[in-house]
Design a protein around this ligand. Sequence first.
Ligand code: MN
Length: 289
Amino acid sequence: MKICRFDDDRLGIVQGGEVLDVTGALGAIPTQRWPLAQGDPLIANIDAVVAAADPLLKGATRKPVAAIKLLAPVPNPSKIIGAPINYADHIEESKQDPGIAHGRTNITHIGDWGLFLKANSSLIGAGEEIRLRFPDRRNDHEVELAVVVGKRANRVPKSSALDCVWGYAIGLDMTVRGRELQCFRKSIDTYSVLGPWVVSKDEVRDPDRLDLSIAVNGEMRQSSNTRYLVHNVERLIEYASSMYTLYPGDIIMTGTPAGVGPVKPGDVLTAEIESIGRFDIRVAPEYSE
Ligand code: MN
């Protein structure tokens, strides 16, 4: 099942090239009182929402995917987790390229660096625009497999890690290069893209065997496979949950392979991951004020 959020916060189920509008199923999400529970209410109540959507499908309004505006399918995660230096070829390019390293001499292994968090306020969907800041600095694309957590989980061993997953999406971990910490440079508004939808895990045979790629204006920049992850999906869940409790809707961006590079206003990025889908996203034509 592919679940999307589109247009004016409508809920859709994607079938073939069409989105079926099942917004009425959002009524299955209980109204919350303050303080709000941690986690995204859609994913926290996903079984009830899917059950409510089922009888709506037959009479649902249909639109071509190309005719809708895709928003982040999980809009309220409790956190967006990033995995630094998690492909061997990206570790090498980070050592070789002073424009990535910025004087760092400790580019070693994710096991030394740990994880980082991206601000939730940086999150957008594929139908929105990336708005670059800092014309004088390098702003890079990073395409990544994004894991969407399905349930509360703490100190999960690798052996049961995939039980915590609801599904997968394509993530873009947009980055301004520099000497500051990742949590600062990767948290600019619009620098976390999630899309085009979330695919339930039953449609992904093995998250550690997926081709992923990104092209800029039609020119391929990154093309790899998640089999080359240093810490694979299970290990990342074990690693993250050793430090943070994971909540429904939490997003883990699993790291990027070699080929990261700069983007500029007006570029069109085409990201694709096997078994999930693809999207085009536009970089806004002007730098952000
Ligand atoms: Mn990254």
